[in-house]
Design a protein around this ligand. Structure first.
Ligand code: SF4
Length: 241
């Protein structure tokens, strides 16, 4: 088995509820989506990564792990594009290196997600809004269905799970309200998740939401999930990878 990897590096987790933890990032190459705010354009094409035999990729991860690493973050690109390899790498990290594994995914394919899930400790399930332009209008509902299925699978499997939604000045309150209504239709979900993060687009200067608008979006989610948080990407503020 081979795997295309864009980069492997240690940094500070810059987003979400595990912000500030020392993390080894394994950035898989390739993504089937095209969000307008994508901050890893160099990792969108699978052919732009370096191809490794799976055992060489394991050796690379082992070599790069530093002391006191809190978790190994499988990110991208979109890690589920290479789900077989991610499953094997996550198994290795968990069982051989005895480290926590974290999957950062847009959850575009629930069957691939299920395949990887047994070897993942922490799931960040990202829901894309229509204004992200991640996918064409025709396939958008299918994407959300998969994201919701992934969320339910993660919760059912007892994984530490939280939700992230990237918001911009283009994000419509009614779209967010519809999304959160659908997510929290099942009352068990609000008790089972560890958080709901609204992440403002920042650092690009394009469609960044104002404070007033972020607070309006916060209020919209708050009706359904009071522990909502607005958390920007701190690594961009700090100027680190
Ligand atoms: S899913 Fe992630 S990697 Fe893919 S285009 Fe969107 S932001 Fe970029």
């Amino acid at each position: 088995m081979r795997v295309s990897i864009s980069e492997v590096f240690t940094s500070i987790e810059g987003e979400g509820i595990y912000i500030g933890t020392k993390t080894l990032f394994v950035r898989l190459a390739g993504c089937p989506l095209r969000c307008f705010y994508c901050d890893t354009p160099y990792a969108l094409e699978i052919g732009n990564g370096i191809y490794y035999d799976i055992d060489d990729a394991k050796a690379l991860i082992k070599k790069k792990v530093e002391n006191n690493t809190f978790k190994v973050n499988f990110t991208g690109g979109e890690p589920l594009l290479q789900h077989e390899a991610v499953r094997e790498l996550a198994r290795y990290v968990r069982d051989d290196l005895m480290l926590k594994t974290y999957l950062e995914s847009s959850c575009y394919d629930a069957s691939r997600f299920l395949h990887v899930l047994p070897y993942i400790d922490i799931c960040k399930v990202e829901f894309k809004l229509n204004d992200s332009h991640a996918i064409d209008e025709k396939h958008y509902n299918r994407l959300v269905e998969n994201e919701l299925l992934c969320l339910k699978h993660a919760i059912k499997s007892g994984k530490a799970t939280y939700i992230k939604v990237v918001v911009s000045s283009l994000s419509r309150r009614e779209d967010i309200e519809e999304l959160v209504r659908m997510i929290f239709e099942d009352a068990a979900i609000s008790k089972a998740i560890d958080g709901f993060v609204l992440q403002p687009v920042n650092g690009t200067g394009i469609n960044e939401p104002t404070l007033e608008y972020m607070l309006a979006l916060y209020d919209t989610v708050h009706q359904y999930y009071p522990d909502v948080r607005i958390i920007p990407q701190i690594h961009k503020v700090m100027g680190i990878p």
